[in-house]
Ligand binder design. Structure first.
Ligand SMILES: *[C@@H]1O[C@H](CO)[C@@H](O)[C@H](O)[C@H]1NC(C)=O
Ligand SMILES: *[C@@H]1O[C@H](CO)[C@@H](O)[C@H](O)[C@H]1NC(C)=O
Ligand SMILES: *[C@@H]1O[C@H](CO)[C@@H](O)[C@H](O)[C@H]1NC(C)=O
Ligand SMILES: *[C@@H]1O[C@H](CO)[C@@H](O)[C@H](O)[C@H]1NC(C)=O
Ligand SMILES: *[C@@H]1O[C@H](CO)[C@@H](O)[C@H](O)[C@H]1NC(C)=O
Ligand SMILES: *[C@@H]1O[C@H](CO)[C@@H](O)[C@H](O)[C@H]1NC(C)=O
Ligand SMILES: *[C@@H]1O[C@H](CO)[C@@H](O)[C@H](O)[C@H]1NC(C)=O
Length: 796
C-alpha cells in the first residue's frame, strides 16, 4: 500500500525536485512544465539552457538560448522546437514518454511537436556545451535525435547546414515565427539566400547578376555542407569561404539569418552580453529582395539605413508591413488615349521582365507598353555595344518588384500613369510605418477546456507541415541572367524572370488531368504529348518523355532552360513531374498546334506567316541575345514552333538545346550532332564550331518552307531547295515574277497585297542559310530586317 502511494506520488516528487534545481538531463517519464520557471535544462558548464521561452502574451516556445556569461530577460535564442505554434502558458509541457518519444504538449492536450523517436531502453535528453540538444539511447549508445539536425535561424560552431535543410529567418525582431528569408543549398549545389514571400520569390545572394563561377562558387561538389568552425571561418562545399573579423578561438559565435534577410556572423564581446557583427553576407541592404514589396522601392539613407517608398500615385497597403508593398487606388484603363508615362530616374526594378527589346527607341518602347494592357511601365537604359555606340534597351514590366533607387543605376523607370495625373504633378506621398502594429499581439491560446479535437488538430498540423516541406522541395524561383560581354557598370544590371507558378506535379495528378493519358495531341522523338486539364482549370499540354536515357537528359535540359525563361514567344512551362521512372513536362496548351500541321493544311495566309516569322525570330533573338549566345535551341523546325489561339508563335522543345559555356563562346564542341536533317547547319556535318548561327540557319530553312510550302526533309535536300531558289531569283530578277513562282500553292491567289512580305521572307531566309556562318545575320538583325522593311520596297 505504501509502495502504491509512493508510486502515485512519484511524479509529484519528481516535478518538485526538478522545480527546485535546474537539471542537466531529462529521463523517461519526466517532463518540463511551462508553469515552472526553473524547469530548464542546462549544459554541463552552463553555457546553454533549454526551456520554455515567452514569445508573446501567454505564448511559449521550447527554446535553446545562451545562458552564459549571463542573460537577463534578454536572452539570445539559438533554436526553437515550435516556433510556428507557440504553446499556452498553462498546462503545457515537454515530456519524454516511456516509448522514447519526446513530445511537446499544448495546454495539457494537443501535441504540437515531437521527435517521433522510439526506444525501449533507457533514454536521456541532455543539452551539450556546444548547444546541441541530444536524445541518447544509453544502452545502445546511439543518438536518437539531435537539435543540430533541425536548425531554425541560427547555426552554432561546427553545426553543419546540409542538403535539404534551411535556415529560415524570423518574421520580425519580436515575432519568432518563420519568416520569408532562407539560406539553403540550391539544386545546383550553390549556397544561396532566397526571399520566398507569399506572392513572389527571388534569389539575392550570391549576386543574381553573376553566374555561379563568377561569384566564386563551384557547382560540382554535391555533398552540400556549410559550416563555420571554432576560428570563425565559414565555408561551404560550393567553395564559398569567409572569415570573421575577429578570427580566432575562444569567442562565442553564432551565424544567423536575420529577420531583415541578411546573413550575419555574430561574436560575443568578451564577457559582456552584447554581440558584434563579425561578418555579413550583404553590405548593401537594398540588394536584399522582398523587403519593399510590389510597387515600392528601397533606398539607402545614411545614418538611418534602408527605407522603402511607394511609387508616385501608390498607397501603402498595410501600415505595419512594407513587404506587402503599395497599390494604386484606381485601375489603369487599357485605352491608349488615357495613359502617359512618368520618368523616374536612377530607379531600377530588378527582374520580372515581361519582354526584352534591344535597340528600341523611347517612342517604340512607350508604344509597346501602351499596346500591352497589363504593362505597368518599362525600364529604359542604354547598354554598351561594340558598334556603333550604346544602344537603348527596353524591358517591359507587368509587375514592379525588387525596386531599388540608387544613383549608381544608370537607367530610368517609365511608369505608366493616367494622363490626368501626369498633368496634376502631385508628388509621391511619404508613408511611415505605424509602429504600434509591431507590438506583440496576443495569441489565441487554447486551454484544455476547448472542444477542439486533438487528433484533428494534429492531422491539420501535419498536413500543414507537409505542405511547407513540399514548398521547400520545389524550387520556386528560376533566375536567369543576362550578361553583357563588356562588363561595363551600366551593363552589369541583370534581369531575371517572372515566377510563373512553376511547380512540381505528382504523377497521379497528371494522370487525372489527362484522364489516364487518353487524348494524344502529338508525338515526337522525345515522347508523346497529351492534352489535359489541370486541377485549377487551365488547359495544358503534357509531354511524357521516353524512359530511355536520352529522356532524362532531355528532361533536365527542358526544365533547366525553359523553366527559367518567360517570354511571349517561348512556350510557357507550368511544371514538371519526376516520380520514379516517370518524367513529364507540363506546358501551356497551344490551341493551333504546330506550324508544321498548319503549313500542311492551308490555314495560314501571308499575313499570319509573316507574323509567325517575326514572332519566332523574336523568341530566338531573346534566347541568343538576352542570354548572349548562352542558349542555343539547336532544333528549330516547324514542328517545334507552336501557335496559340491568335496564331502567336512560341518556340518549344528545348530538349536538344544547350547553354554554351562562357569561356567557349567562340564555339563549342558538342558530344553528338543535334537537330533535324534538312534544317541542320553545315557546321554540324563539317565539325566546325557550333554557335548561335546554327539556329539562324535552321530559322532560314523554316522561312523558306513557310514561303514555298516545300518541306526540306521531304521535297529536296536543303542544299537543293536553296540552290533552286537562288537560281530562280537570278533568272527572274528582271521581271520580278520569281516570287510568284515559288510561293506555296496553298497561297495562290491570296497573296496579292502581301507579296512584298513573302519577298522579304525569302531575302532574309537566303541570308540566314549562307554556308559561311559569319555571313549570316544574328537573330536580332533578322528581327530588325523583318520589322523595318515591311513593305518590301527597301532592298536588304
Ligand atoms: C535586449 O537586447 C536588445 C538588442 O541587443 C537591446 O536593444 C535591448 O535594449 C535589450 N533589452 C533589455 C531589456 O535588456
Ligand atoms: C566535396 O566536399 C567535401 C567536404 O568538403 C569533400 O570531403 C569532398 O572531397 C568534396 N568532393 C569533391 C568531389 O571534391
Ligand atoms: C581560417 O582563418 C585563418 C586566419 O585566422 C586562416 O589562416 C585559415 O587558413 C582559415 N582556415 C580555413 C580552413 O579556411
Ligand atoms: C480594379 O480591378 C480589380 C480587378 O479587376 C477590381 O477588383 C477592383 O474593384 C478595381 N478597382 C477599382 C477602383 O475600380
Ligand atoms: C483616342 O483618340 C483618338 C484621337 O483623338 C480618337 O479618334 C479615338 O477614338 C480615341 N480612342 C478611344 C478608345 O478613346
Ligand atoms: C539600331 O537600329 C537602328 C535603326 O533602327 C540601326 O541603324 C542600328 O544599326 C541598330 N543598331 C544595332 C546595334 O543593331
Ligand atoms: C507572428 O507572425 C505571424 C505571421 O504573421 C502571426 O500569425 C503571429 O500571430 C505573430 N505572432 C506574434 C506573437 O505576434
Amino acid at each position: 500500500m505504501a509502495n502504491k502511494i509512493f508510486l502515485l506520488l512519484l511524479p509529484l516528487i519528481l516535478s518538485f525536485s526538478s522545480s527546485t534545481s535546474p537539471s542537466d538531463s531529462l529521463s523517461k517519464g519526466s517532463s518540463l512544465s511551462v508553469e515552472n520557471p526553473n524547469d530548464v535544462l542546462t549544459s554541463p558548464s552552463g553555457i546553454f539552457s533549454a526551456g520554455f521561452f515567452p514569445v508573446g502574451d501567454n505564448a511559449y516556445c521550447f527554446t535553446i538560448w545562451f545562458s552564459k556569461p549571463f542573460c537577463d530577460g534578454n536572452c539570445t535564442t539559438v533554436w526553437m522546437a515550435n516556433r510556428d505554434q507557440p504553446v499556452n502558458g498553462k498546462q503545457s509541457s515537454l515530456s519524454l514518454l516511456k516509448s522514447g518519444n519526446l513530445v511537446l504538449t499544448d495546454a495539457g492536450r494537443f501535441t504540437v511537436w515531437s521527435t517521433n523517436t522510439f526506444s525501449q531502453s533507457t533514454v536521456n535528453l541532455q543539452l551539450n556545451d556546444n548547444g546541441n540538444l541530444i536524445l541518447y539511447d544509453l544502452e545502445a549508445s546511439v543518438i536518437l535525435w539531435k537539435s543540430f539536425d533541425f536548425p531554425t535561424d541560427t547555426l552554432l560552431p561546427e553545426q553543419p547546414l546540409i542538403k535539404d535543410k534551411k535556415l529560415v529567418s524570423s518574421r520580425s525582431q519580436s515575432n519568432f515565427s518563420s519568416g520569408f528569408f532562407k539560406l539553403y543549398f540550391d539544386n545546383d549545389n550553390v549556397l544561396r539566400l532566397l526571399y520566398d514571400g507569399p506572392e513572389t520569390s527571388s534569389i539575392y545572394w550570391p549576386d543574381p547578376e553573376l553566374m555561379s563561377w563568377e561569384a566564386g562558387r563551384s557547382t560540382y561538389n554535391s555533398s552540400r555542407i556549410a559550416v563555420f568552425d571554432s576560428l570563425g571561418n565559414f565555408s561551404s562545399t560550393d567553395d564559398f569561404t569567409s572569415m570573421s573579423a575577429d578570427n580566432g578561438v575562444g569567442i562565442q559565435r553564432r551565424l544567423k539569418i536575420d529577420f531583415d534577410g541578411n546573413l550575419r556572423l555574430y561574436s560575443r564581446e568578451d564577457g559582456r552580453d552584447t554581440w558584434v557583427v563579425s561578418w555579413q553576407a550583404l553590405s548593401q541592404p537594398c540588394r536584399i529582395h522582398g523587403t519593399c514589396g510590389p510597387n515600392s522601392y528601397c533606398s539607402y539613407v545614411p545614418d538611418f539605413g534602408r527605407k522603402c517608398s511607394c511609387l508616385q500615385g501608390f498607397k501603402l497597403n498595410d501600415h505595419t508591413d512594407w513587404s506587402l508593398g503599395c497599390e494604386t487606388e484606381f485601375n489603369l484603363s487599357c485605352s491608349k488615349n488615357d495613359s502617359g508615362f512618368l520618368q523616374l530616374t536612377n530607379l531600377e526594378f530588378f527582374g520580372y521582365d515581361y519582354g526584352f527589346y534591344p535597340n528600341y527607341t523611347l517612342e517604340m518602347c512607350e508604344d509597346l507598353c501602351l499596346q500591352t494592357c497589363g504593362c505597368k511601365g518599362f525600364q529604359f537604359k542604354f547598354i554598351k555595344h561594340d558598334y556603333p555606340s550604346n544602344i537603348p534597351y527596353c524591358f517591359l514590366k507587368t509587375v514592379l518588384l525588387n525596386g531599388h533607387h540608387s544613383p549608381n543605376f544608370e537607367g530610368d523607370l517609365y511608369l505608366k500613369v493616367q494622363k490626368s495625373s501626369l498633368n496634376s504633378g502631385t508628388p509621391a506621398e511619404e508613408f511611415r510605418l505605424d509602429c504600434s502594429g509591431a507590438v506583440v499581439t496576443q495569441l489565441g491560446r487554447r486551454y484544455a477546456e476547448s472542444h477542439e479535437n486533438g487528433t484533428i488538430k494534429a492531422i491539420l498540423w501535419f498536413v500543414c507541415a507537409a505542405g511547407v516541406v513540399e514548398l521547400f522541395g520545389v524550387l520556386l524561383v528560376w533566375c536567369f541572367l543576362i550578361r553583357n560581354q563588356n562588363h561595363t557598370g551600366a551593363s552589369k544590371q541583370g534581369y531575371f524572370f517572372i515566377d510563373t507558378g512553376f511547380r512540381k506535379f505528382t504523377h497521379s495528378e497528371l494522370k487525372k488531368a489527362t484522364r489516364g493519358f487518353s487524348e494524344e495531341i502529338g508525338r515526337g522523338g522525345g515522347g508523346i504529348v497529351y492534352k489535359g486539364i489541370l486541377p485549377d482549370g487551365r488547359v495544358a499540354a503534357i509531354k511524357q518523355l521516353n524512359e530511355a536515357n536520352q529522356g532524362e537528359a532531355e528532361f533536365r535540359a527542358e526544365v533547366s532552360i525553359i523553366g527559367k525563361l518567360n517570354h511571349m514567344h517561348l512556350i510557357e512551362m507550368w511544371g514538371y513531374c519526376a516520380e520514379g521512372k516517370h518524367r513529364l513536362l507540363v506546358y501551356h496548351y497551344m490551341e493551333h498546334g504546330s506550324l508544321a500541321d498548319k503549313l500542311s493544311s492551308d490555314a495560314l495566309d501571308c499575313e499570319k506567316r509573316f507574323d509567325i516569322a517575326v514572332g519566332t525570330a523574336r523568341g530566338l533573338a531573346y534566347l541568343h541575345e538576352e542570354c548572349l549566345e548562352w542558349v542555343l535551341h539547336c532544333d528549330i523546325k516547324p514542328r517545334n514552333i507552336l501557335l496559340g489561339y491568335n496564331y502567336q508563335a512560341k518556340l518549344s522543345d528545348f530538349g536538344l538545346s544547350r547553354q554554351l559555356k562562357r569561356e567557349s563562346q567562340a564555339g563549342s564542341s558538342f558530344s553528338r550532332i543535334r537537330g533535324t536533317r534538312g534544317y541542320m547547319a553545315p557546321e554540324w556535318v563539317m565539325n566546325l564550331p557550333i554557335t548561335s548561327k546554327v539556329d539562324v540557319f535552321s530559322y532560314g530553312m523554316v522561312l523558306l518552307e513557310m514561303v514555298t510550302g516545300m518541306n526540306p526533309t521531304e521535297d529536296m535536300q536543303n542544299r537543293g531547295l536553296v540552290t533552286w531558289l537562288r537560281e530562280k531569283m537570278k533568272e527572274d530578277n528582271a521581271t520580278d515574277s520569281w516570287i510568284e513562282k515559288m510561293v506555296d500553292r496553298n497561297l495562290k491567289g491570296k497573296y496579292d497585297k502581301d507579296i512584298g512580305k513573302m519577298e522579304i521572307l525569302v531575302r532574309v531566309a537566303l541570308k540566314c542559310v549562307n554556308d559561311d556562318k559569319d555571313a549570316r545575320p544574328t537573330m536580332g538583325e533578322v528581327v530588325q530586317m523583318l520589322l523595318h522593311h515591311e513593305n518590301g520596297s527597301v532592298s536588304i
